[in-house]
Design a protein. Structure first.
Length: 328
């Protein structure tokens, strides 16, 4: 059976016979390009279904409308980045639903520490903050933002541990700075994303709009929109590159989009999203990479079942402990 877009849609909607389902499933597992196409279609379908359930729209009609806008040429020539725009269409349709159900209040996570206000996004939650100067920060799960009590009066200096999406209000008199470890990002008014979890090896700064100055000890880099700076904490190396910001900030919509990602990167996200501990031997999965979309709304079993499609592994879940093993 030749698997095209129509067949994948029928597969996702459960309209195939048992034998057809098995045949398509086998091809999806063995063809990485086909798998990427499947998972992007599945992502759109899931978000459309969520929107339809929440607002009582007709799922079939909404799906047909979205599917007609997806610029697929063929199964074999699909490019990962070409789907981003289509996914954004689906995500924008349900943004009101996401705001109401995904983003949580930070009241229980706030604290006062040594003249500063510490905001914390608990594991499994994304939290929104509006600072005294009108700047807006979206904190990813497991992240903290430390803001001095005189913020907006004498300074606009904050400290980030984790990941944050910043929309900084313009103030020519007070520079806005974000410190993460030895790294500092300085701006006057702009939109950017910083990923700097303490336990991760790399700190990543990505600029969406405006201009920022990245500093690390004696080194300085001026970023323009679409630029990304990656600092390796272990090697001390700095990498500059151009990226698609729409992919970088997908976590704010409740998902991560991966292409050729290592399993340790995937597991770090899963542990924060689901507040679990994953027991595994990284050496057994050396060289294993993942392509696809992981969503915060998925259960822990749904997430690992998805990963199993591409990664030869088995897993068990006992309470907050997940154990994974490489299948030989």
């Amino acid at each position: 059976m030749e698997v095209n877009q129509d067949i994948l849609i029928q597969f996702i909607k459960g309209e195939l016979s048992a034998s057809e389902y098995q045949a398509v499933n086998k091809q999806i597992k063995s063809d990485k390009a086909l798998f990427r196409q499947y998972i992007q279609l599945k992502d759109i379908w899931d978000y459309t279904a969520s929107k339809s359930n929440a607002l009582k729209y007709n799922e079939g009609k909404e799906w047909d409308t979205l599917a007609a806008k997806i610029p697929f040429a063929s199964t074999r020539t699909l490019k990962f980045k070409r789907i981003v725009g289509a996914i954004a269409v689906a995500a924008s349709i349900v943004i009101a639903f996401l705001i109401g159900h995904v983003y949580e209040s930070m009241q229980s996570g706030n604290a006062m520490v040594a003249g500063s206000h510490v905001y914390k996004a608990p594991f499994g939650q994304v939290s929104n903050i509006t600072l005294a100067d009108g700047s807006k920060v979206m904190l990813n799960e497991g992240s903290t933002l430390t803001v001095p009590l005189d913020f907006g009066i004498n300074n606009r200096n904050v400290a980030l541990n984790g990941e944050g999406y910043f929309d900084v209000s313009t103030n020519k008199d007070l520079e806005f700075s974000v410190t993460s470890g030895k790294q500092k990002v300085k701006v006057l008014g702009t939109i950017f994303n910083i990923r700097a979890y303490e336990h991760e090896n790399k700190m990543i700064t990505t600029l969406e709009e405006g201009i920022v100055r990245w500093e690390m000890e004696a080194r300085h880099i001026t970023l323009k929109p679409g630029m990304q700076v990656i600092y390796d904490n272990q090697l001390g190396d700095v990498e500059e590159k151009t990226v698609d910001i729409t992919e970088v900030k997908q976590w704010a919509l409740g998902r991560y989009m991966y292409e050729d990602a290592s399993l340790d990167e995937i597991i770090a996200v899963i542990e924060r999203w689901h507040n679990v501990k994953v027991k595994w031997n990284p050496a057994d999965f050396k060289g294993v990479h993942f392509n696809g979309v992981l969503k915060r709304s998925a259960t822990i079993d749904e997430t690992f079942e998805l990963i199993k499609v591409m990664v030869p592994m088995k897993y068990t879940v006992k309470g907050q402990i997940v154990t994974i093993e490489r299948m030989r």
